[in-house]
Design a protein around this ligand. Structure first.
Ligand SMILES: Nc1nc2c(c(=O)[nH]1)N[C@H]1C(S)=C(S)[C@@H](COP(=O)(O)O)O[C@H]1N2
Ligand SMILES: [Mo]
Length: 402
């Protein structure tokens, strides 16, 4: 039996109840700290193995959980293991979900509103697997200068997994998309923590919703989704920031107009043109497709390297919403092309490697610059914005010759 069928079976039969309960309410935090190197604010965070199904994670917030992946995890491969994958919930997170009772309501501008069981979702169409990066729109926000508000993430609010599910368009076909459909909106089971606060609901344009690789997914790296990652079902939009990847999917709603809900119309938006911290009134655009990024994973900032010897640098890169085209090592007056590793598809991390023939002095402020197939290239300077969204400036480190 293939992995795919196994994970489908796990969805329908095996994973009856996903639950966290007490473990999440009161994790006992030990005292191991990690320094995220955040300028202009507190930079130390607890490093904890205390969360269910998780190894050591950087704790940004306990409840609802905001857990960041330590950068060394990205050394190991292009797939981020489930137990080290970052976690983000905007509001409270249900801690028990019963698969047998779960339904996904498909309504709005449809021919026939339906309420689907997990079995009906799993058999709505062909099972599809996509390797794709799930990256928070605020990833790296804590590195912004000047400082911005929001979760002060380092660069570990990202991960790459193999997602298994059915196409969203096949699920929509169960209800039949009605005339004049413009967008498709998703809601999960989670509710706001305070009365009157907006529910976390998000929508995507119809042409994106109908893409062959946009999924209603139940599998993450061949395991059923855990509660933290949205058991039993989540939306996967490869190439787009994960704010659209709604977890614990409960409602799919076809809209005939623009979406005026808070998290689309008012939040998760960037200035349409670059602004300064003094600018107050400016037009904004929604954060959608991801730009290219690259990271050195073989060496941390300030690491010692051997003088007089060749130096091999390694890391990961992503194209964003298009395939990675190239990665160059830059800084110190160089521009050295990097060799790319195996290609797992346009939306996956890809490894890169480069050899500096001989280290003669400190390597000051070196970085790697990714470009994608659409011609987007990482900028030299941060394009600052008030929420620190979509960071993709070239990340720099200094290596000390010894
Ligand atoms: N139901 C639900 N889905 C959600 C969210 C949420 O708060 N509720 N947060 C979104 C945001 S902002 C991010 S970054 C990703 C995080 O996905 P992960 O926890 O699986 O890494 O989930 C997205 N889907
Ligand atoms: Mo996010």
């Amino acid at each position: 039996m293939s992995d795919t069928r196994l994970s489908r079976r796990a969805l329908i039969a095996g994973a009856g109840v996903g639950g966290l309960g007490a473990a999440l309410a009161a994790p006992a935090l030990a005292q191991k700290l990690v320094d995220l190197g955040l300028p202009g604010g507190p930079s130390l965070r607890p490093l904890e193995p205390a969360f269910p199904g998780k190894g050591e994670m950087i704790v940004q917030r306990i409840r609802p959980p905001l857990l960041e992946t330590p950068m060394e995890v990205f050394r190991e491969g292009i797939i981020t293991p489930n137990d080290r994958f970052f976690v983000r919930w905007n509001w409270d997170m249900p801690t028990a979900v019963k698969a047998a009772d779960h339904r996904v309501a498909v309504g709005g501008a449809v021919k026939q509103a339906v309420s689907l069981t997990l079995d009906e979702i799993a058999s709505a169409g062909e099972t599809v697997e996509v390797v794709a990066i799930n990256q928070c729109a605020g990833n790296g926000r804590g590195l912004s200068e000047p400082r911005v508000t929001g979760t002060q993430w380092g660069n570990g609010a990202m991960g790459c997994a193999k997602w298994t599910g059915v196409r969203l368009k096949d699920v929509l076909a169960k209800a039949g998309v009605g005339a004049g459909a413009k967008r498709v909106r998703f809601a999960g089971l989670d509710v706001p923590l305070t009365d009157g606060a907006p529910q976390f609901i998000k929508s995507i344009p119809m042409d994106i919703a109908m893409r062959d690789d946009v999924l209603v997914a139940w599998g993450m790296n061949d395991a059923p989704l855990s509660i933290l990652h949205g058991f039993p079902l989540r939306i996967v939009v490869p190439g787009w920031f994960s704010t659209y990847w709604v977890k614990m999917l409960a409602t799919i709603e076809v809209l005939t107009g623009e979406d005026d809900s808070y998290y689309v119309a008012d939040s998760y938006r960037m200035p349409a043109q670059p602004v300064t911290p003094e600018d107050k009134d400016f037009p904004t655009v929604p954060i959608e497709a991801m730009p290219p990024r690259a990271f050195i994973t073989s060496h941390a900032d300030g690491a010692a390297v051997a003088r007089g010897k060749p130096l091999v640098l390694e890391g990961i890169a992503m194209g964003g919403d298009a395939a990675l085209a190239k990665v160059d090592l830059v800084g110190n007056g160089w521009e050295l092309p990097c060799t790319l590793g195996p290609d797992e598809g346009p939306y996956a991390f890809r490894r890169w490697q480069v050899t500096i023939p001989q280290v003669t002095a400190n390597l000051e402020q070196i970085g790697v610059r990714a470009a994608n197939a659409k011609g987007a290239v990482q900028p030299e300077q941060l394009v600052w914005n008030p929420s620190g969204y979509a960071r993709n400036v070239i990340e720099r480190i200094t290596l000390v010759a010894q």
